[in-house]
Design a protein around this ligand. Structure first.
Ligand SMILES: [Zn+2]
Ligand SMILES: [Zn+2]
Length: 242
């Protein structure tokens, strides 16, 4: 503490050593939740962080980077963690390397996957990109073929399919588009042949076929038309154009 007793504006002080800025200055922005005149020196922060410590005032836990090298040396994990009451939690960026190649890149919040998670394949291409909230898939998940082409796009809400689902053939042609509401097919459904021609056009109502269902030949002509009423066949018309 400064010995200066002259009245003045409250000085900025470090929440670890309680000294003023000094020559090294304070971190910007503050790594903890303290505001106002409470700041922190980089050196103080690094020392506390490396001991898995916390801010003495607001009790924010400071994450530290941990590296785990497995016995065979093939797998290496690098992640940020915080320790609280004897438990260590993954918290922040997480990376897993196999044979020196990045294979998983995700983010944790107190041991739960949170934010974007990317999985890479053997060749280093992205296999999938998934959005997480508190360990649950939440938002868009994209999966790719080994050559990098898009394979499927699925929307999730709390780990359950909700929204549009699009699947692709390896040649980038759309295989099918369907829609989900809380895990149940609901809404228009369309599928294609690999040549791009429409295969099936239909509609789902709470998981059951409803309305027109039109099946096509791969060369484009209609093969049959079925009318559904909540999963039950109302009528069928076959078409034999050849
Ligand atoms: Zn300090
Ligand atoms: Zn603080």
């Amino acid at each position: 503490m400064s010995q200066n007793t002259e009245p003045e504006d409250d000085p900025l002080v470090c929440c670890i050593c309680y000294d003023e800025a000094g020559e090294q200055g304070f971190m910007e922005p503050n790594p903890c939740k303290c505001t106002g005149t409470i700041k922190i020196h980089l050196a103080c922060y690094e020392q506390v962080r490396d001991e898995f410590g916390q801010c003495g005032i607001c009790k924010t836990l400071f994450p530290k980077e941990i590296t785990i090298v497995y016995e065979d040396g093939y797998i290496i994990e690098k992640f940020w963690a915080i320790t609280n009451q004897g438990y260590t939690y993954k918290h922040g960026e997480y990376k897993l390397f196999k044979n020196g190649v990045l294979r998983t890149h995700k983010n944790y919040s107190m041991n739960r996957i949170h934010g974007q998670s990317i999985i890479y394949n053997d060749s280093g291409y992205i296999h999938s990109i998934t959005q997480y909230v508190n360990d649950s898939k939440h938002g868009l998940e994209q999966e790719f073929y080994p050559n990098g082409n898009i394979k499927q796009e699925i929307e999730y809400l709390n780990n359950i399919q909700h929204g549009r689902c699009t699947k692709y053939f390896a040649n980038k042609v759309v295989n099918l588009i369907t829609h989900y509401v809380h895990g149940i097919r609901h809404g228009p459904f369309i599928s294609h042949y690999p040549n791009g021609h429409v295969d099936i056009l239909s509609t789902y109502n709470h998981g059951k076929l409803h309305g027109e269902f039109i099946k096509h030949y791969s060369y484009g002509a209609i093969q049959k038309k079925i009318i559904y009423n909540n999963g039950h066949t109302v009528s069928t018309v076959h078409n034999n154009p050849r």
